[in-house]
Design a protein around this ligand. Structure first.
Ligand SMILES: [Zn+2]
Length: 285
């Protein structure tokens, strides 16, 4: 992808090209994201294919604790003897004890839940709660943790400063088949926080965006583009108010709503915006 950086396909929901794990390779190596626990065997096979011994993996950087990003970290630390998991301080307790997290995912994703795998608790000694701006050196790579709330309060992006790669997690939306798709799930999506985060990320002037869903996109323009999309999206949901009405409008505008993966993500994102609007109304702002 770029020198020393690989994208491992986690085959999220049994499909290629929807969820990924990045590998920073070298004598010292690291993963960005873990995928779900169902992806762990694939990730280990990917390390072997690239020729990275398991002891060489020092870090697993997870952008947030949602199971498609961090659910497999517990399974991976059992297999990677030196790896520690870098996570937002507000997310750490959920990886040490995933009970609450699993319950909330179950509620958010409904019948897709079995596809998220099981979450194995991570011993606290293998967790590293990151500070905003904290730098990590991994061989020739230098990663900076950037707090990036909006999609979730415990969201982090990682900026690889040598090559200018920004690992966006879900803070800059989903990028599937050349289309940006809103990632605004319940329970904590927040428009204002998301827009502030996007401005903060743009100020880093990334050379490329590395989406977890899915792959590298050259340039940083996707950040401003996503801000525009989010404003439009929240307004659309505010006007239409129901999942069916929003989807009907998207279909009319040529969105690929018949694609089951896209459809499920959009439905979840409608529900997230409705919760955000209710909260905003209750706060009287
Ligand atoms: Zn995600």
């Amino acid at each position: 992808m770029a020198e020393g950086v690989y994208l491992l396909d986690a085959w999220q929901f049994g499909r290629p090209g929807t969820g990924g794990v990045y590998l920073l390779s070298g004598a010292e190596a690291a993963l960005v994201e873990s995928g779900t626990s169902l992806a762990a065997p694939r990730i280990l096979a990917g390390l072997e294919e690239v020729g990275i011994p398991r002891e060489a993996v020092h870090w697993i950087f997870v952008t947030h604790v949602h199971l498609d990003h961090a659910g497999g970290a517990g399974a991976l630390v059992q297999e990677l003897p030196r790896a520690r998991v870098v996570v937002h301080p507000r997310g750490a307790k959920h990886l040490a004890d995933p009970t609450k997290l699993v319950a909330s995912v179950k509620q958010a994703v409904g019948n897709r839940f079995p596809l998220y795998g099981e979450a194995i608790p991570i011993p606290t000694g293998r967790l590293h709660p990151a500070r905003d701006g904290e730098r990590f050196t991994v061989g020739a790579h230098s990663l900076r943790a950037v707090f990036s709330p909006g999609h979730a309060p415990h969201h982090l992006c990682f900026f690889e400063e040598v090559k200018g790669l920004l690992f966006t997690g879900d803070a800059a939306g989903l990028y599937l088949g050349d289309r940006l798709i809103p990632a605004t799930p319940p329970p904590s999506f927040d428009l204002e926080l998301s827009l502030a985060t996007l401005a903060r990320l743009s100020a880093l002037s990334p050379k490329a965006l590395c989406y977890t869903h899915f792959g590298l996109r050259p340039g940083g323009e996707g950040l401003a583009e996503y801000g525009k999309l989010l404003r439009w999206w929240v307004q659309l949901v505010e006007e239409r108010r129901t999942e069916e009405a929003v989807l009907a409008e998207l279909a009319r505008q040529g969105w690929p709503v018949e694609d089951e993966r896209v459809r499920e993500d959009l439905l979840m994102s409608v529900r997230g915006v409705l919760m955000y609007l209710d909260r905003r109304e209750a706060e009287g702002t």
